[in-house]
Design a protein around this ligand. Structure first.
Ligand SMILES: [Zn+2]
Ligand SMILES: [Zn+2]
Length: 159
């Protein structure tokens, strides 16, 4: 599927009897140009940089439509707010999530995918989809923690 072609999204709008409005098109465009994992709030902010009048509800509904038409997938990442990322046919990746700064890092491993299929096969499962999310502290946050830890120790040594 060609990512840049907006046709399926427009078709979905038509099927649902929704008009392809300038606002919806603009929201979809901004989303497609963003490579990261966006919450509705973050997409709202980006869209409003150029179009201050666009409402939160319109952004939310458009994201839901994008998800329903297969252009976006929604992720929870252990938080209450959903994040949306672009979906590319045939591409799969999993995520590392930092519990301190919220950074989200993508990774893909054929070995993990293979292992998962083998486990599913053994258990007699047919897998349609999966999400692997690893939660922890990222390298930057670990470095910061180590630095403040050192400072505390140094201070204690001086006292
Ligand atoms: Zn972090
Ligand atoms: Zn991702």
């Amino acid at each position: 599927m060609e990512k840049t072609s907006g046709l399926p999204f427009q078709q979905l709008l038509k099927e649902r009897g929704l008009k392809s409005t300038r606002q919806r098109d603009e929201i979809a465009r901004v989303f497609m140009e963003s490579a990261d994992h966006l919450s509705v709030d973050e997409l709202c902010q980006r869209v409003r940089q150029k179009n201050p009048g666009i409402g939160y509800a319109t952004v939310y509904r458009t994201l839901k439509l994008l998800a329903q038409s297969g252009w976006a997938s929604s992720r929870q990442f252990g938080q209450r707010t959903a994040r949306f990322e672009q979906r590319t046919e045939g591409e799969h990746h999993d995520h590392l999530i930092c519990l301190i700064c919220g950074k989200i890092v993508e990774f893909a491993s054929e070995r993990i995918e293979e292992l998962q299929s083998r486990i599913a096969q053994k258990k007699g499962f047919r897998i349609f989809d999966h999400k692997l999310e690893l939660y922890g502290h990222c390298a930057d946050c670990l470095a910061k923690k180590e630095m403040t830890g050192k400072k505390v120790k140094e201070k204690a040594a001086h006292e």
